[in-house]
Design a protein around this ligand. Structure first.
Ligand SMILES: *Cc1c(COP(=O)(O)O)cnc(C)c1O
Length: 393
C-alpha cells in the first residue's frame, strides 16, 4: 500500500499490517522475548538497524512494535516512528537526542508539568539552560533565541489551559537559529494535526491517551523526518528504552479505531463546551473549536479537528461547592490522564506551574475529557452537578 495516496481512516485501518508474515492473522502476534536465536554466523553478525525485518534482541523491538511504529509513521507522515514505554520517556529521549552541556532550550509556560520539571531540574544539572516562554509569543520567539539554542519545544494546545500556539511562526524562528522544533502532539493526534507539514521536526505523543484509547496501558511514541532519524534512534537505544509486546499490541489495536473514536470525542467535546459556555456558573470555556476562543483562528488554519479534552473556569465559589459537584458526578470520573473511552472531570491548578505568564482566571479551573458516553447523559450529569454546586455554595 502506498501510504501517500491514502486518507487517514484508511491508513488507520491498513498501515503496518503484514498478515502473510503472521500466519494470515489480521493482527500481529505478541512476542514475549529477550533472546533471539540465529542459525548462521552471517545472520548473527549482520548489521541491521531497527525496525529490522527480523528481531535481533528483545529490547530492540519485535514484529509487534515494528507494526505499531510503521502504522504511526504512515498516519503522521513521518520517516520513522519509535515506540517508547511512556509519553514522558518519548519527550525526554527526544530532547536528549539533541542536547549537550552548554546548550539552551525553550519551553512554553503551559507545558506538561513533568516536561517542565525535566528541563528545570534534570537538564539544569547537566549544564543545559532552559528559558520558559509565553505560549502565545509566536514569531517573537526569535528574540529569545540564542546562538546555543538547540531545541524549541511546543505543545498545542496546552493540556490544562488550551492556549493555541502559532506553530509555523515558532518553527520559522527556530529554524532561522538552527534549532530543532519538538511538538507534543498528544492532544490533536496525527489525525487532527500533521506536524511535519507545519514545520515541526520531531513529534512526541503520550500514546497512553488516544492511541491506546482504553486507559489500560502506558506508551509513548516519537516521530520524525529523515534528518533526525539516526539521532533519535541512537538516543532511544542508548537509554535502553524498551516496550513490551503486550503494550504495543494494545496501542496498535487502539490505533485501528482511533479515527471513529476521535470523531465522537470531538462531537461530544464541542457539545459539552457550548453547553457549559451558556451556563451562569461558568466564567469561561477554553476550547479552540469554539469561535469565541482566542485560539480559534490558528486552530481553524492549522488543525483538521479537536479531540475531546478542553477546559472551563467556574465563577468564584467555595472549594466545598466544587467538591460537591465533582464528587457526586455519576459518569465523569476524577483522575489524571485522558484519551480513554470514559469521561473525566478534573479540577486543577494551572496557576501553580507558571513562571513568565500568569493564570488568574478568577475561579477554579476544570479540565474535562468528553468520553464516548451519550452526550445528553453527560450534560444531565453536569447539570445535576451544578445543582449540587449551588446548594453547597
Ligand atoms: C499524559 C501526557 C504526557 C505524558 O504521557 P505518559 O504516558 O503519562 O508519560 C505528555 N504530554 C501530555 C500533553 C500528556 O497529557
Amino acid at each position: 500500500m502506498d501510504a501517500r495516496t491514502k486518507r487517514p481512516d484508511t491508513l488507520l485501518t491498513h498501515a503496518g499490517r503484514h498478515s502473510s508474515d503472521w500466519g494470515g492473522a489480521v493482527n500481529p502476534p505478541v512476542y514475549h522475548v529477550s533472546t533471539v536465536l540465529f542459525d548462521t554466523m552471517e545472520e548473527l553478525q549482520a548489521k541491521v538497524a531497527p525496525p529490522a525485518p527480523r528481531m535481533r534482541y528483545g529490547r530492540l523491538g519485535t514484529p509487534t512494535s515494528f507494526a505499531f511504529e510503521e502504522a504511526v509513521a504512515a498516519i503522521e507522515g513521518a520517516d520513522r516512528s519509535i515506540a517508547l514505554p511512556s509519553g514522558l520517556a518519548a519527550i525526554t529521549a527526544a530532547m536528549m537526542a539533541f542536547l549537550k552541556t552548554g546548550d539552551h532550550v525553550l519551553i512554553p509556560d503551559n507545558v506538561y508539568g513533568p516536561t517542565r520539571s525535566f528541563c528545570l531540574s534534570r537538564l539544569a544539572r547537566l549544564g543545559i539552560e532552559t528559558t520558559v516562554y509565553d505560549p502565545l509569543r509566536g514569531a517573537a520567539i526569535a528574540e529569545l533565541m540564542r546562538p546555543n539554542t538547540r531545541i524549541v519545544y511546543t505543545e498545542a494546545p496546552g493540556s490544562q489551559t488550551f492556549e493555541m500556539p502559532d506553530i509555523p511562526a515558532i518553527a520559522k524562528a527556530a529554524h532561522a537559529g538552527d534549532a530543532v522544533v519538538i511538538l507534543d502532539n498528544t492532544w490533536a493526534t496525527p489525525i487532527y494535526f500533521q506536524p511535519f507539514a507545519h514545520g515541526v521536526d520531531v513529534s512526541v505523543h503520550a500514546a497512553t491517551k488516544y492511541m491506546v484509547g482504553h486507559s489500560d496501558a502506558m506508551m509513548g511514541v516519537i516521530s520524525t523526518i529523515p534528518a533526525h532519524r539516526a539521532a533519535l534512534e541512537a538516543s532511544v537505544r542508548d537509554f535502553g528504552f524498551s516496550v513490551s509486546g503486550d503494550d504495543c499490541y494494545l496501542a496498535l489495536r487502539g490505533l485501528r479505531t482511533m479515527g471513529v473514536r476521535l470523531a465522537r470525542h470531538q462531537e461530544s467535546g464541542i457539545r459539552l463546551a457550548r453547553w457549559l459556555a451558556d451556563r451562569p456558573e461558568v466564567r469561561m470555556v477554553m476550547h479552540p473549536a469554539l469561535p469565541q476562543d482566542p485560539g480559534h483562528q490558528i486552530w481553524s488554519r492549522d488543525f483538521t479537528g479537536a479531540s475531546g479534552l478542553f477546559g472551563f473556569v467556574l465563577q468564584p465559589t467555595s472549594d466545598k461547592a466544587v467538591a460537591a459537584m465533582a464528587e457526586g458526578l455519576e459518569l465523569f470520573g476524577m483522575g489524571y490522564s485522558w484519551g480513554g473511552f470514559e469521561s473525566l472531570f478534573l479540577p486543577c491548578h494551572p496557576e501553580s506551574m507558571r513562571s513568565v505568564t500568569t493564570w488568574d482566571p478568577g475561579g477554579t479551573t476544570v479540565r474535562v475529557h468528553a468520553g464516548l458516553e451519550d452526550a445528553d447523559d453527560l450534560i444531565a450529569d453536569l447539570e445535576a452537578g451544578f445543582a449540587r454546586l449551588k446548594a453547597a455554595g
